[in-house]
Ligand binder design. Structure first.
Ligand SMILES: [Fe+2]
Length: 328
């Protein structure tokens, strides 16, 4: 009798385990289908207010786009990006990783066309320089995916891209400073090339290209803004030391695959997970302030795309952000 009871119990446990495994497999397949078929194309406009302007000024609308990773067939993404112009931004900031295919230039220029009519600034990301190759999808979950082995990448026509963007009037901030007059406000801008490729070189402060020089000839600036692709801590520290009011960055994809009620599992750089996307302070907490006294503002975009070899997003919708800068 007891042997029969044991056999029945063992069979019952095996059945329970099989049902649990089957349930997990179904849930996994459903999550993968959602991530690859729905969420990866479920573009979101995020709107945040940043009280960073000097007192008494009208709001300034800054549209932040990043990490499009555009390929020639992505018409829905192209149309969605084009529609962002209806937000009537005063300034567009593009933090790089625009494309992911050697033939993506026409699609990218079509996507950006209405935005190129607006004053803009940009930096490039690693994927603007080279086309992505196949990688183990789990690689993206490594703390710093640069160190995983990979095949030599194919070069992309990034010089032509820079030429197209600058000839339309956008300013290239790759290891450069510049000044923009936007809606009657004078913005000094400083940017770096991509820290993920160790191409970042912070332009020295106080030089002839620094609009903030106090030589009595330069008009005061209303806002000092940093722009970079990958928000490595060394870049954010350099921006903060440079006196930026706000740094704008991309690269992280917000983790791309996140856990509900937990958040990102990686930032693909040395930035902490808590700041994988959204509005924060640097070096400490802000919005607003608790207690990031003395911190500058930091906005990190989760971006609009993915590598074509890892076309999934989960609990982290692709996004662009309208930053409304206001007086406190
Ligand atoms: Fe990216």
């Amino acid at each position: 009798m007891s042997g029969g009871t044991t056999a029945t119990g063992t069979a019952g446990r095996a059945g329970t385990a099989l049902r649990a495994a089957g349930g997990l497999a179904v849930a996994g397949a459903a999550a993968l289908a959602w991530a690859s078929l729905v969420e990866v194309r479920w573009y979101a406009l995020r709107e945040v207010t940043v009280p960073v302007l000097p007192p008494g000024q009208a709001p300034l609308r800054v549209l932040h786009v990043s990490d499009l990773h555009l390929t020639p067939g992505q018409r829905r993404k192209v149309d969605w990006v084009r529609d962002l112009a209806t937000l009537d931004p005063h300034l567009v900031v593009d933090t790089g990783d625009n494309w992911a295919h050697i033939d993506a230039m026409p699609a990218l220029l079509r996507a950006l066309e209405p935005l190129l009519a607006v004053p803009g600034a940009f930096v490039l990301g690693s994927n603007d320089y080279v086309a992505p190759g196949f990688k183990n999808p789990a690689r993206y979950l490594l703390p710093d995916a640069r160190h995983a082995p990979q095949r030599p990448p194919a070069a992309l026509p990034w010089r032509e891209l820079v030429s197209r963007l600058t000839s339309a009037g956008w300013v290239d901030l790759s290891n450069r400073r510049d000044v923009l007059e936007v809606d009657g406000r004078r913005l000094s801008l400083v940017g770096t090339d991509d820290a993920h490729l160790d191409r970042d070189q912070m332009p020295p402060a106080g030089g002839p290209d620094d609009a903030r020089t106090s030589d009595g000839r330069s008009p005061a600036v209303d806002l000092h803004v940093g722009v970079t692709h990958a928000p490595y801590r060394r870049v954010l520290d350099a921006m903060h030391a440079d006196g930026v009011d706000l740094t704008i960055a991309g690269h992280t994809h917000g983790g791309q695959l996140a856990l509900p009620f937990w958040g990102a599992l990686t930032t693909n750089c040395d930035l902490d997970l808590r700041r994988a996307k959204g509005l924060h302070g640097w070096p400490g907490a802000r919005p607003d302030r608790a207690d990031g006294a003395g911190s500058s503002w930091l906005h990190v975009s989760a971006g609009l795309g993915t590598s074509p070899y890892a076309p999934v997003r989960f609990a982290c919708r692709p996004e662009a952000t309208l930053l409304t800068l206001t007086s406190p």
